[in-house]
Design a protein around this ligand. Sequence first.
Ligand code: ADP
Ligand code: MG
Length: 364
Amino acid sequence: MSIVSIQDVRKEFGDIVAVSDASFDIKDGEFVSILGPSGSGKSTILRMIAGFETPTSGAIAIDGDDVVGVPPFNRNVNMVFQSLALFPHLTVAENIAYGLKQQGVGKEERSERIDEMLSVVHLEGYNDRMPDELSGGEQQRVALARAIVNEPKIVLFDEPLASLDRKLRQHMQRELQRIQAETGITFLYVTHDQEVALAVSDRMILLRDGEIEQIGTAEQLYDSPVSKFVADFIGDANDVEAQVVDSQGDTFTIDVGGDHVTVPSSVAQRPDALSIDGSVDVSFRPDLLSVTNEKPENGQLTIGGTVINRIYKGDEMTFVIETELGEITVHDEGAFDIGDDVAVAVAPESVNVFEKATPATHVE
Ligand code: ADP
Ligand code: MG
């Protein structure tokens, strides 16, 4: 059963279409990220689920109930923002219990729930501290404790970790995962940072200009991106242009910089839409390429070039190869130096082929 169900939701602000045709379902207990560049409509979707914005059209259901028109405090949903907005003049315990008190929960039960929450967020004994006596990470935990203490069905997060330094952010990501698993509450997490989304979520909803571009697990978005936009947004990708020269049942042949390579049609999202002699966008992941100075085997795609940079990365090198098709980044172990003439070897099944991208129509 879906805990959140969004059907054909659209939100306009005057002439601006912030969200259009958005439909998705979130299962009870899932950890889902809404990911996309700044201005792509992430916060607007979250705010419509929370009840701070009303959709221009479309339906939003929480736990099976239509909630359009229902005020935020009647939705069984809590939201955590980047600016934490703890009450500065209240103690940690008072901050956490604030909502419970409003709801008329008695003193004894409040005190039990506070201790339980402080233990969940690993802040036992912090009851009487004031917010300004806490580090940034500790304040985050208090905000989280406050968001889960009344056992909401869903907690919505709008870039809550964006202001933390990298190390603390990574630590809090793991904490969020642990707390989500322990409590079983559905988390819906907005971020523009693909690294965060890949790290924390069961599934991701990737937005582009107010529209959903792709929904899936990290693996699905990484291995089978539906567009060049997704390939570029999730992980690193090398993009080149190519021409379709032939099509034979479940394979087709593309011309990449004068070399022909035959690839399985499964590497294209919509193989039927690719026409012979048409241009396509091709992308390959740096970790599926290799650098070589040997003669290519028959049918193997290689792109000749010169090493222009090498960056040491633990057990691997990142090579930047200048080719006729532009710079190509490769993760490999080889011992090549700057200035070496080499070739980039591309395994046919590691290629992603897309219909020519339509340029983004950015709404600002
Ligand atoms: P994101 O969170 O992905 O950065 P938002 O959902 O905040 O994006 O915004 C999506 C688009 O809607 C942007 O173009 C933004 O300027 C516009 N927008 C958001 N809120 C309002 C508002 N209250 N009034 C007018 N335009 C808005
Ligand atoms: Mg936002």
